[in-house]
Design a protein around this ligand. Structure first.
Ligand SMILES: *Cc1c(COP(=O)(O)O)cnc(C)c1O
Length: 371
């Protein structure tokens, strides 16, 4: 295989111009030694809540923890059933399983790769404790209909918006529509930290309070433990780092959107040749964490591109029900659109600093591959 002509994702390009500001901020923080839940954390949480337009933004140790603590705050316990899509990053389901709860898998919509509303309707019953839509690749799920179904069933919604920070659905923010939102600052996300981190968003004071207690060992008053909690605080260093990055997030998102528009217009001609472009739903403010096309001959095209030094990725090669930890829990198949997606999706390079000539090479490569 040829070496890549450029990286699939290069985070160093984004970091470079921020280095001095980050060093200044780290230097102040380290001198203060206020390293856990101090001023830097309070500032970042306040700024994030304002940026998103939610009442509470609470940092936690990772995106996975944001899902775990979010589910716990909603009262999910061992044995409870939680609805989630059969096609996502594994952590959505992992969080449910780690609580001893049972995932109830819903298939995806073939256009958006997000939770299928008709299948949700079929699987939503009295025993369901929570619904976890995932806003995959940067686009929100069909929240209007999901919330309508959830409300009439009296079931809370926890949004996994790890890939969709800043996305909107008819003007409402990802992570601010359901009872709880859960996101990640893993370095490859649209707002990436200098390591691990996550955040829980909510407009509900009581839920915010529960999450805050859960993240510090279930303790409100020092050394008096109300519930069995976690140590899930995000380091103040991460908060300081992310505070330097947050003011740029809007511009970075606009750059992603411009790259997406170029792919959409220049690849349109390949649609009759076995390629399907991503679809943006009406009312959807897409933030393009990934630009994912569907290809009939996905693996062949991926190899051709790799031989020509064009990097691509597959998110995700297996459905969640087909993963090993699910073997005793549910059948491997039964979610046809998720299974088809796992066979056909291919992510093309998209990150704010991707150069015009690099993107041109991806486009040319695809045109050659589908000749
Ligand atoms: C990244 C991601 C997570 C998990 O976040 P971590 O910070 O890596 O724990 C959860 N759900 C989805 C959809 C993700 O993409």
């Amino acid at each position: 295989m040829a070496t890549n002509k450029f990286p699939f994702f290069d985070i160093t390009r984004q970091y470079e111009p921020l280095h001095e500001a980050v060093m200044d901020s780290f230097s102040k923080l380290l001198k203060s030694q206020s390293l856990i839940l101090g001023e830097a954390t309070a500032k970042f949480e306040k700024d994030m809540a304002a940026w998103m337009g939610v009442k509470h933004a609470i940092t936690v140790a990772s995106g996975t923890d944001s899902l775990i603590l979010g589910l716990r705050a909603l009262g999910v316990q061992a044995g409870d059933q939680v609805i989630t899509p059969a096609f996502s990053f594994f952590a959505s389901t992992g969080a449910i399983l780690l609580l001893g709860a049972k995932p109830v898998f819903v298939d995806i919509d073939p256009e958006t790769y997000n939770m299928s509303v008709p299948d949700l309707k079929k699987k939503l019953h009295k025993g369901i404790k929570a619904i976890m839509p995932v806003h995959l690749y940067g686009q929100t799920a069909n929240m209007t209909q999901i919330l309508e179904l959830a409300q009439s069933a009296g079931v809370p919604v926890i949004e996994d918006f790890a890939q969709s920070i800043g996305a909107t659905h008819f003007g409402r923010p990802a992570g601010g529509m359901g009872q709880i939102g859960a996101t990640s600052f893993y370095p490859t996300k649209n707002l990436g930290g200098a390591g691990e981190g996550g955040l829980i968003s909510t407009n509900d004071d009581a839920l915010a309070d529960k999450v805050k207690v859960l993240r510090v060992h279930g303790m409100r008053q020092r050394y008096y433990h109300e519930v069995l909690g976690y140590n899930s605080r995000m380091d103040a260093l991460q908060c300081a780092y992310l505070s330097v990055k947050l003011p740029h997030l809007k511009t970075w998102t606009e750059k992603r959107a411009a790259l997406a528009q170029r792919y959409l217009s220049e690849l349109r001609g390949l649609e009759g040749k076995g390629l399907t472009l991503p679809v943006t739903q009406p009312g959807s403010g897409h933030v393009w964490n990934q630009f994912v096309v569907r290809l009939k001959k996905r693996d062949q095209v991926k190899s051709f591109l790799a031989e020509n030094g064009i990097p691509t990725e597959i998110y995700y090669p297996l459905t969640i029900p087909a993963q090993k930890p699910l073997r005793e829990i549910c059948p491997e198949t039964g979610w046809p659109e998720s299974e088809r997606a796992a066979q056909e999706v291919l992510a093309l390079p998209i990150f704010p600093e991707l150069k015009s000539e690099e993107q041109a090479q991806v486009i040319t490569g695809l045109k050659e591959a589908l000749g």
